[in-house]
Design a protein around this ligand. Structure first.
Ligand SMILES: Cc1ncc(COP(=O)(O)O)c(C=O)c1O
Length: 422
């Protein structure tokens, strides 16, 4: 493609975004420096239409734990596509049975049943319904700045007002409490609470990790008050934090786990909620169609889930996430020491880390500066002061080091730029 053709394609695409997709987002794209469309992706790299190669440390916000186009997941999905793409859920599905069995083998405690859907927010909707039918109560307690999705139920339990304000009334009887605050949780959970829903690590909230003491107290409070505990592992499931599921760090087993993102192996969009036999009995015991979906659990998705589990094991991705996560956090802490007046905090667990700044503009400038150096890092939806790095778990060590040195250069550039305007 010539430069002129590329410019024309980029302009046309932005224009189509303006006319048919999202005009305000088109304006952001036009000014962000990311105004050439994406072309393809492989492993830890994304290529734009000009052939420019980016190191992807946004990682699909947790979806690309196995990188892009893991060859074995692609093969499994292609083979399935040649046989059958979708089903009517009329006959039994060996693919669904195999995927749910494989999930049960990696899920903690006695969580053994799974319902496959198509996204994280759908997984959360299913989990909320399970909690209501099991407890015959209506209330939910969740965390300030927590993120659980943007459909009406999951939005109701999410913790940032800006995304909720225009859509009220949402589910009533939902309370947000400060994260990692045992006393607040103690007060908020009542005889009317169906479930507490929490992320073990707030991703969009700005990479805050729950303490073990907190999560164990939440488990106890739920048990004492007869409420269920839902852990939202949409982002943390399948090794992101150095364990298959983040709840393993806390030595607790929730009643329901929600998943999405990485469970499709970075190839298929898949979500799931999984629970214990007692919860499943309440949900499906009397009526197997109490919750259903046309496309969820389709054979392509199931092939992807099964293969993602096999690949995660074959590549030792969970252990690698723990090992590389330590290297990453150590490197980022060194940057914090170097830019002490600018970086307020560095935190993370496994292969997700956040750099917190005093001001959200610094974060946006840093993301653009990294982009100029072909490194992609992420904005945090519920806490824009925090820049997130979420590389694929399979990132080679030398690319991890390169990411750290690009961040170093980009921080220096961003800080100089800000100093000029001070
Ligand atoms: C913890 C958590 N839960 C739920 C969701 C919603 O997932 P989806 O965007 O697939 O609906 C997200 C998305 O980022 C998430 O991070």
């Amino acid at each position: 493609m010539t430069d002129k053709e590329l410019e024309q394609l980029s302009d046309e695409t932005i224009e189509k975004y303006r006319k048919y997709v999202n005009p305000a987002y088109a304006n952001i794209l036009a000014f962000s420096g990311f105004n050439v469309p994406e072309d393809r992706a492989e492993g830890v790299y994304i290529y734009d239409k000009s052939g420019r190669k980016f190191l992807d440390c946004v990682g699909g916000y947790g979806a690309f734990s196995l990188g892009h186009l893991n060859p074995n997941v692609v093969k499994a999905v292609k083979e399935q596509l040649d046989k059958e793409a979708l089903k009517s859920h009329f006959f039994m599905s060996t693919e669904l049975a195999d995927a749910c069995e494989a999930l049960a083998e990696v899920l903690p405690g006695d969580i053994c049943y799974s319902f496959l859907c198509n996204s994280g927010t759908e997984a959360v909707e299913g989990a909320l319904k399970c909690a209501r039918i099991y407890t015959k109560r209506s209330g939910f307690v969740s965390a300030v700045n927590g993120f659980h999705g943007k459909s009406l139920g999951s939005l109701s339990v999410s913790g940032r007002e800006v995304f909720k304000a225009n859509f009220k009334p949402l589910l009533d009887n939902c309370v947000n409490v400060p994260f990692n605050d045992i006393e607040a949780m103690e007060k908020a959970v009542t005889e009317d609470t169906a479930a507490v829903i929490l992320e073990g690590l707030q991703g969009e909230g700005g990479v805050f990790v729950a303490t073990k003491e907190y999560m164990q107290a939440v488990r106890r409070i739920c048990d004492e008050k007869g409420a269920l505990l839902i852990m939202d592992e949409v982002r943390t499931g399948f090794g992101r934090t150095g364990k298959w599921f983040i709840c393993e760090h806390f030595d607790i087993v929730p009643d329901i786990i929600t998943m999405a993102k990485a469970i499709g192996g970075g190839v298929m969009p898949v979500g799931a909620f999984s629970a214990t036999p007692k919860v499943w009995d309440a949900m499906f015991g009397k009526n197997p169609f109490m919750h259903s979906t046309t496309f969820g659990g389709n054979p392509l998705a199931c092939a992807a889930v099964l293969s993602a589990i096999k690949e995660t094991k074959r590549l030792n991705a969970v252990e690698e996430s723990a090992r590389k996560g330590e290297i990453m956090l150590k490197g980022l802490k060194k940057l914090q020491e170097k830019y002490l007046d600018w970086i307020k905090d560095v935190r993370g667990l496994g292969m997700v880390a956040g750099l917190e700044f005093e001001d959200e503009d610094i974060g946006s400038l840093l993301i653009a500066s990294c982009g100029k150096r072909d490194l992609l890092v992420a904005y945090s939806l519920n806490n824009p002061k925090v820049v997130r790095v979420e590389p694929p778990l399979i990132i080679p060590d030398e690319e991890l080091e390169r990411m750290l040195s690009i961040l170093d250069e980009s921080l220096a550039e961003t800080i100089n730029m800000i100093k000029e305007f001070m």
